[in-house]
Design a protein around this ligand. Sequence first.
Ligand SMILES: C[S@@+](CC[C@H](N)C(=O)[O-])C[C@H]1O[C@@H](n2cnc3c(N)ncnc32)[C@H](O)[C@@H]1O
Length: 293
Amino acid sequence: MFELRLLCPEERVEPVSDALEALDALSVSVEDADAQTPAEQALFGEPGMPPPREGWQRSVVVALFSGEAQAQEAAQLLAPQDFFADCRVLGIQAVPDQDWVRLTQSQFEPVEITPSFWIVPTWHEPPAQAREVIRLDPGLAFGTGTHPTTRMCLRWIANHAPRGQRVLDYGCGSGILAIGAAKFGAASVDAVDIDEAAVRSTEDNARANGVTVAAGLPDMASGQYETVLANILATPLKVLAPLLRGHVQAGGHLVLAGILSRQADELKAAYAPYCQLQVSDEEDGWILMTAAV
Ligand SMILES: C[S@@+](CC[C@H](N)C(=O)[O-])C[C@H]1O[C@@H](n2cnc3c(N)ncnc32)[C@H](O)[C@@H]1O
């Protein structure tokens, strides 16, 4: 395969990418042309909020073609176009053949939750010390165990083993927390999400892990549960405060994640009319907040 590399200012990236796709590029990716230089400008925003800028000042647009002739033809066809003004061809180069499946898989290693509880991709053998294992491959839904918020929830589940309990996973993504609760002895687990792809993913992952989880859209959650887990983000968690608290039965636990350390006070205030939240874990600037109801 051959890659065609183009330098484009921010406003040209979209039309140039569209044109490359129309010219049968196998893939088009965009990189920051100023990365690792003093001119680099980070694109970041609050989690869940739109970024302050849409793109980098200057981007390198990389298009992959199956042959060198197609890459050259694409460069020649783009050059005279109006939307290519201020853009420049950086070059065409051969891309060495790789085992892409193996390369992708090598980026996902088993994740340790506790010394005896691991998340293990299907292409790995579980570590010898693992007694509880969730088998999960990267997919479309959030939750492979690599994010601190997921890990903190799983650690809480492992430490509190919800044996015999009725558990609700609100915002289930891949279903990882629901599966964790089932593995640690929950009698029944409901898992809900606003995203239908997440519901399907939860069903598939629960089946692959040999546990029973009832997955559905949010109105499937009904009645009260001894443990309610919700790893969403601070803003929806605040809106959902009365609903989530309403699902926790007396003597039960509410476990919330997706909250940054600096958001602890606003979460405490939002839940104050219903229960007393406290910070029970912290990792990489994220916190786990829990309440015994
Ligand atoms: C950060 S992911 C967490 C996934 C998984 N529970 C975990 O811990 O890794 C948040 C999930 O919540 C879902 N979500 C966001 N807002 C929601 C809402 N108001 N009601 C239900 N689910 C919601 C998203 O679709 C997403 O799958």
